[in-house]
Design a protein. Structure first.
Lengths: 332, 305, 332
């Protein structure tokens, strides 16, 4: 079994019901992903496409107003399959950081502002390992040293560190126990280019040294190009295309994927970048049929009526588009 | 607690007043409790016009009678029917508190909005002065002023006094609210689309500020009732006029507790408690309604449908 | 050094502003009265004591000296400050020639004892209960407690005191109705015990209202912290609840409450004053009450001035203690 985690037909919505007014945001709608051991799996998409929600669901962190409407998430640990969404809370918490860990979006503010970094490391390590304070400090010191972070970071408070440094500390916090699955949500966003390089380098290094799978969520295709083995493209809460990185960048099939790739700046190509008109749909009222059809230059009649099925078009290459699967009369 | 409430713009934000009330009644038990107590209080107040006795008259009924059918709340040592006295007491306390709130909050709204929209050194300087008024304990000042004016302090004057000392903290809250509103996207959008500042204020901000001020005013009301009661019990107000506080004053003066005339104390104490609890419930339920965070969180539990 | 300038100095300035404003208002008020308090007092005085012309004359000049009623208002204002800075609040009118300061000093320990104990107890109780209630907002005990606090909070101090008097001194005669202690003063166990016995009801009255307020604020703040990024991250990482409450929630929600304490100390002081009157507890509040009954304007003025200076200074000291708790201010 070379899978480490899997999402099957996952549907998760935000349901807000206040003073008689109800709103449903369909953040993740029928998403299926198979994540393998020791790979870097990228999830790409614009902001608001549901990628953060997908990560939360993969993590099993379902708190109201987020509700799972259908589907499942499984981990494969020690040859056992674990149903994440139906697990009791304590079992799930025991898995965290040893089996799966998480680097949250907006990592700037996730560190406790009134404790030193050293104490925060103790909190995270001692929650899952029976070690004393001094042992934990030693682990942290060695780990940060190995990653090239100066030892005085441990003595500092979060507000004394730069944004990039805080981000790297957060990644170190998530990877110190070397879990086989790490989920990272926009680790390079809001950082300058130099810091981005450092963060990407750090992610590469942790994977190189400890192995394991990294699920990387970011809208920045450049990062995917650099790091990912396979990439899934998310649009309006659904997977529209998934392939290994080379294939995706060289032979994209879905119009949205093509658009994303075309809008990447290239050093030698000085042609003007063209954007697709329109905006991603609001997830509380997605368009009928294929959700991309209002912005798609190739939209056909069937695209407005039905959702395209996910078709396998090659080894490790899936697309959901009527252009590929054939339009007229094919249906579900 | 000068926490500014972040408004939720767009998406059907202005609901008609009637719809708001129905929403609150349906989903907020606190609001219902508060509204019911408020209505009872008002009804009781209205009874005062039916009173067979003039409230300042004394010895119109036999003194010191326990509650009975003839005198539902008993009678006082001054020979007054406590029931009818209480209708006036509640009425007068409400009037004093209402006037005080109007005076105090008017100053606060003007000052807070002015500082919030003006900014700069003027804002900093005046805010500093306002802060000092917040720290200064008001009760000793109120007592000092009331003691010196003793005998000349009519009900409206009392209201004026209380109101004139209760603008500092509210003005700070309104200023914070105005500052938050100025930073909101819908303000920037309106300004960029060429709306004149005054129009922005009137059309975009006021509809949000008004309910906020209303919910906040109730807190001022509670403070004013408390002050009236305290000053009257200390004997600093016009003791001939029945209010919640003066009733207790006279009860203490005639040793109601030690001589077993407990009804004389229990009536104003119970009335005070019911009133303040009711009003406070109203205030909290209104503020919760206005706070988008509470809305999303409080009722999302029902979401598993 | 920079801390001194950026933190200490503005607060010192604010403290000075508060005192100047407070003293000026206290100075102005007696002079704005349409009636002449001096002659009023004298009229009342000579009615009460024997009309010894020498005594009346010396009383008159003492009052005039205190009020500084000779000269222009500006001169009077200057002299007022001179007296204040010397710590001279003038003589009491009814206990002439006992200085007001002496009478305040006699009553002060009772008030400080009552207020101090009540503040500490209510702060600890309210903080602990409020934070825990924020963590379990839907538990039965949490909702009952919250409803109870919401009911108690708006009740005026005097009314609550009366309720306690009715219940515990009348219907269930457990506690004494009046006074601060009984028996001959001294360090005997009897005397000290009687102090506690007499202080119980006033303290209970104060603690109830103060705890209600602290509870509501703590609960609101803790809810805010609980939904913060740092706490969400810690929970995701499986850090045990107890650690999150003590190290994240308590510490972070405590900070704004310390500054809040500085602002609330005036209101708490007022509560103590009112409660003392209700229970005839021999503190400053009761002194103030008797001063009102006897029209001892000097004593009333003295207490007012003392309150302004005292509260402003207490608030300043609390402000100075704040950096001890918040590392963000300590390490710029």
């Amino acid at each position: 079994m070379n899978l480490v985690a899997e999402a099957t037909d996952l549907t998760a919505h935000y349901i807000v019901d206040a003073y008689g007014q109800k709103r449903t945001v369909r953040a993740v709608d029928g998403v299926s992903l198979a994540i393998r051991r020791d790979e870097v799996f990228g999830i790409a998409g614009e902001s608001g496409c549901g990628k953060s929600t997908l990560l939360k669901a993969l993590l099993g962190a379902i708190t109201p107003p987020l509700t799972v409407r259908g589907g499942s998430v499984s981990y494969y640990v020690d040859r056992q399959r674990m149903d994440v969404l139906r697990m009791p809370e304590e079992d799930l918490r025991a898995l965290r950081w040893r089996v799966v860990s998480y680097v949250p979006q907006g990592s700037m503010h996730v560190l406790n502002p009134v404790r030193r970094i050293r104490s925060t490391f103790r909190d995270f390590v001692q929650a899952h390992r029976q070690v004393g304070d001094r042992e934990s400090d030693e682990m942290a010191r060695r780990y940060l040293d190995g990653l090239g972070l100066p030892p005085k970071v441990l003595d500092s408070y979060p507000h004394q560190l730069s944004g990039g440094m805080r981000q790297r500390v957060t990644i170190a916090l998530a990877t110190i126990l070397a879990p086989p699955l790490v989920l990272a949500d926009e680790p390079t966003t809001a950082l300058d280019v130099v810091m981005q390089r450092a963060v990407i380098g750090m992610l590469e290094q942790t994977r190189r040294e400890a192995g394991g799978t990294l699920v990387l969520v970011t809208h920045d295709l450049g990062v995917h190009a650099h790091l990912a083995h396979r990439v899934a493209v998310l649009y309006a809460g659904q997977v529209v295309e998934e392939a290994d990185a080379n294939t995706l960048f060289e032979r994209p099939l879905h119009p949205y994927t093509k658009h994303l790739i075309q809008s990447l700046p290239r050093i030698d190509d000085r042609a003007r970048r063209v954007g697709i008109p329109g905006q991603p749909p609001a997830l509380d009222a997605p368009p009928p049929g294929c959700r991309f059809h209002p912005r798609c230059p190739h939209a056909m009649a069937i695209c407005r009526a039905e959702q395209p099925p996910m078709e396998t078009v090659g080894p490790d290459h899936r697309v959901a588009c009527f252009l590929v699967s054939g339009g007229a009369g094919d249906g579900g | 607690m000068a926490q500014a409430i972040v408004p939720a713009p767009a998406a059907g934000r202005q609901r008609a007043a009637g719809a708001v009330v129905t929403d609150l009644v349906r989903f907020s038990p606190a609001f219902t409790v508060g509204a019911v107590l408020l209505l009872i209080t008002l009804a009781f107040t209205l009874l005062s016009v039916l009173s067979p006795y003039d409230p300042t008259d004394r010895h119109v009924v036999p003194a010191d009678l326990a509650p009975s059918l003839a005198h539902p709340l008993g009678t006082t040592s001054l020979g007054q029917d406590l029931f009818w006295i209480m209708t006036f007491a509640v009425r007068n306390s409400l009037i004093v508190a209402g006037l005080a709130v109007v005076i105090g909050r008017s100053i606060a709204v003007v000052l807070g909005s002015f500082l919030g929209y003006t900014g700069g050194t003027v804002d900093r300087a005046l805010s500093s002065v306002t802060d000092s008024f917040i720290v200064i304990p008001r009760l000793p000042l109120l007592i000092l002023i009331a003691a010196i004016l003793k005998g000349t302090l009519s009900l409206p004057a009392l209201a004026l006094l209380i109101g004139l000392l209760d603008w500092a903290w509210p003005s700070k809250r309104y200023r914070a609210q105005v500052l938050t509103l100025r930073e909101e996207t819908f303000t920037q959008t309106a300004a960029f689309s060429g709306m004149r500042p005054l129009t922005v204020i009137l059309r975009e901000h006021v509809p949000f500020l008004v309910p906020f001020i209303l919910a906040d005013a109730i807190t001022g009301f509670l403070y004013a009732i408390g002050m009236e009661i305290t000053l009257s019990i200390l004997g600093l107000t016009d003791l001939a006029v029945p209010t919640l506080g003066t009733t207790i004053y006279w009860a203490n003066y005639y040793q109601a507790l030690l001589s077993g005339k407990l009804w004389w104390l229990i009536a104003p104490v119970a009335a005070s408690i019911l009133m303040v609890v009711g009003f406070y419930q109203l205030s909290t339920s209104l503020s919760q309604y206005l706070d988008p965070r509470t809305r999303a969180r409080a009722l999302a539990r029902r979401a598993a449908t | 050094m920079r801390l001194l300038v950026s933190y200490v100095f503005p607060r010192l300035l604010q403290w000075a502003v508060v005192i100047v404003v407070g003293v000026t208002v206290a100075f102005a008020v007696p002079r704005l009265s349409p009636t002449q308090p001096v002659d009023q007092m004298l009229g009342r005085m000579s009615g009460m004591t024997a009309t010894d012309p020498a005594a009346v004359a010396s009383l008159r000049s003492a009052i005039i000296a205190m009020y500084g009623l000779q000269g222009t208002p500006l001169e009077q204002y200057g002299r007022f400050w001179q007296h204040l800075l010397r710590g001279d609040l003038g003589p009491s009118l009814t206990a002439f020639p006992t200085p007001v300061t002496e009478m305040i000093w006699q009553a002060l320990p009772w008030t400080i004892g009552l207020l101090g104990i009540s503040t500490i107890l209510s702060w600890l109780l309210g903080l602990a209960l409020g934070t825990l209630s924020a963590y379990r907002p839907h538990a039965l005990w949490s909702r009952l407690l919250a409803n109870g606090m919401v009911t108690i909070y708006p009740i005026p101090y005097f009314i609550l005191a009366l309720v306690l008097v009715l219940v515990f001194a009348y219907y269930v005669p457990l506690f004494p109705l009046v006074g601060g202690a009984s028996g001959p003063p001294g360090l005997s166990l009897d005397y000290l015990g009687s102090i506690v016995w007499h202080a119980f009801l006033p303290a209970l009255s104060l603690v109830l209202v103060l705890t209600a307020f602290r509870f509501l604020v703590a609960r609101a703040l803790a809810s805010g912290v609980l939904s913060s990024d740092a706490v969400t991250f810690a929970e995701t990482a499986g850090i045990p609840r107890r650690r999150i409450v003590s190290r994240y929630v308590m510490r972070n929600s405590m900070l704004p409450q310390i500054t809040d304490l500085g602002l609330q100390i005036g209101a708490m002081f007022e509560g103590a004053l009112i409660t003392e009157v209700a229970f005839s507890y021999p503190g400053i509040g009761y002194r103030l009450f008797t001063a009102i009954l006897q029209s001892d304007y000097n004593l009333i003025l003295g207490v007012t001035l003392f309150s302004v200076v005292g509260i402003a200074t207490a608030a300043l000291l609390i402000d100075f203690a704040y950096p001890l708790f918040d590392p963000r201010v300590r390490y710029q």
